[in-house]
Design a protein around this ligand. Structure first.
Ligand code: SAM
Length: 286
């Protein structure tokens, strides 16, 4: 990539740059963020929708570039977000719908798209306390599953999502879409199997691993005595022995019917809401 999209150019500070051409180099760079290589190199990602962008800014995320459709010009919230972007050294682009469609690869794109700086939390810095719940995902492959899990973890009041081994990218467009904004609220960490086991031992967390051969009904486990990590297996292969044998318990969700297993995101949701059942109230207070 030749152009650093975080770099304010000569016309930019205090101004909005109008772009209509798909061959504009800045637009090309933003479009390239659909590829993981480009996201990794620039440590950037795209998030679509005005609400998401507002939420992200409120949560202290850094916006590198704000892109909005001509039709959104003058809308008070868009203006506010544009001002905030400029104030923090970001770039603001007013573009045609055709350009927005190309960036987001959608026929009916959102009016607003933000390019943000990626952020990972560090597992070694996480010292779980009683009442905290984490989700650990072994080699999660499907972006829709990962996004749904990040959203569900956020809704259940979990404290973070740990990605173990080679996983799908939490900052892909598809994953970010599926998080519905929770990617900005939920700390995401990465770890190898060895790093995860080391952390688990050092912190003394209760690791409840889910397994189709688990001998323990997930509803019989005491989730109150220690901070909990709900450990989930890969969509195809399930949980490997090296992780399963280190777990505090191997839990199973009882099933009936013909299905061999539950979808990973559904199983994670069931586990999370059970593990946090004693902590969740309708008024949102602990
Ligand atoms: N073929 C895989 C296997 O043999 O484990 C199926 C994996 S399943 C689609 C993905 C993950 O969801 C599993 O590794 C487990 O963590 C969780 N899971 C799905 N159904 C479950 C159940 N009934 N009890 C416990 N965990 C379950």
């Amino acid at each position: 990539m030749n152009h650093d999209i975080s770099e304010p150019g000569p016309r930019r500070v205090g101004q909005v740059k109008e772009v209509t051409s798909l061959t504009n180099p800045i637009i090309k760079d933003i479009k390239a963020l659909s590829q993981k290589k480009e996201r990794d190199e620039t440590r950037s990602f795209l998030a679509e929708g005005l609400k998401l962008v507002i939420d992200a800014l409120e949560l202290g995320w850094t916006i590198k570039t704000l892109v909005y459709a001509k039709a959104a010009k003058g809308k008070p919230h868009v203006e506010q977000v544009a001002l905030k972007t400029i104030a923090t050294g970001g770039l603001v682009l007013e573009v045609s719908e055709k350009v927005l469609s190309a960036i987001t690869r959608r026929d009916n794109p959102q009016m607003v798209v933000g390019v943000f700086e990626q952020r990972y939390a560090n597992l070694r810095d996480m010292t779980p306390t009683l009442g905290q719940t984490f989700v650990a995902l072994d080699r999660v492959r499907d972006p829709g599953n990962l996004g749904t899990i990040i959203r569900t973890a956020d809704a259940a009041g979990a404290s973070g999502v740990i990605l173990i081994g080679e996983t799908t990218d939490p900052f892909s467009l598809e994953t970010v879409r599926a998080t519905m904004g929770s990617v900005f609220a939920m700390p995401v960490m990465r770890a190898s199997v060895a790093e995860f086991i080391k952390w688990q031992k050092a912190t003394g967390v209760q690791v409840v691993a889910t397994h189709l051969a688990g001998a323990v009904d997930y509803r019989t486990i005491d989730y109150r005595r220690k901070p909990v990590v709900v450990l989930m297996g890969n969509e195809q292969a399930g949980l490997p022995d090296e992780l399963a044998k280190e777990a505090t318990a191997l839990a199973r969700i009882p099933q009936q019917g013909r299905a061999d297993s539950l979808n990973l995101a559904i199983a994670t949701g069931i586990m999370l809401f059970e593990a946090r059942r004693h902590l969740l109230t309708l008024d949102g207070k602990a």
